[in-house]
Design a protein around this ligand. Sequence first.
Ligand code: GSH
Length: 249
Amino acid sequence: MLKLYHYWSSVCSQKVRIVLAEKKLDWESVHIDLFEFEQHQSWYLELNDKAVVPTLDHDGHIVTDSNIICEYLEDLHPEVQLRPDSPQSVSRMRKWMLISEEDLHGAISVASFNIRHRPRVLAKYSIDEVHSKLAKLGKSDLAETAAKRLDSGMPKAQEDAAFARIEQVLDRMEAGLHPGPWLLGDTYSLADISLMSYINRIEVLGRPELIGRKSRPNIASWWDRVQALESFRDMMAFRNPDRSDPVPR
Ligand SMILES: N[C@@H](CCC(=O)N[C@@H](CS)C(=O)NCC(=O)O)C(=O)O
């Protein structure tokens, strides 16, 4: 039995949900509401000591970190193949996965903070309420850091640096998608899957011009192909269980 601890709009959770959809696997959903700070609950920290989603529980075997989970699912269910055969292609695939984790993830988190995450929390709770909520959850060091960041917001210089970093990765992707249609040429793989949710987030952040046909035509065509995938649409169909949340994507 596969059980996924995840959050509907978290980029890393979305990555794993696309793989589950590609492989048409049955899985149980345990929704961890990041905007209720549920990732800081002590029972969840036992599963994922970084207090982040996603976490996969496969018959009691716990796997964390989205790229590792994706490859775990590939090893478990290779019937729908998302990893190429040749060592050369696998190394190229893993390089893109590493780029998603090392270069894009942090930058997207920083870029999302003032525009999306902070206003979403502060529309629901005052900073004092955030502190008392975290205190009830046991208040780990990680929770303390999260509360401080909510208090002050992300400094503008850090936000600008994050967007600059995102643009660097997008330039690399634009070049990597030539001749396409996928990052490994004709082979659709975890390389593409590892980047889809970040490209979606760029649209959500109100910066579609970064992936528009004028500025980056190869990404724009790739993005059209991605949005037409049944697995991508399946992944996006998992809606926020909190219907009071005004954020649609
Ligand atoms: N390396 C981890 C990163 C996971 C991660 O940062 N998850 C975000 C959502 S995409 C999270 O849970 N953030 C909660 C928080 O920062 O409090 C992975 O790839 O799974």
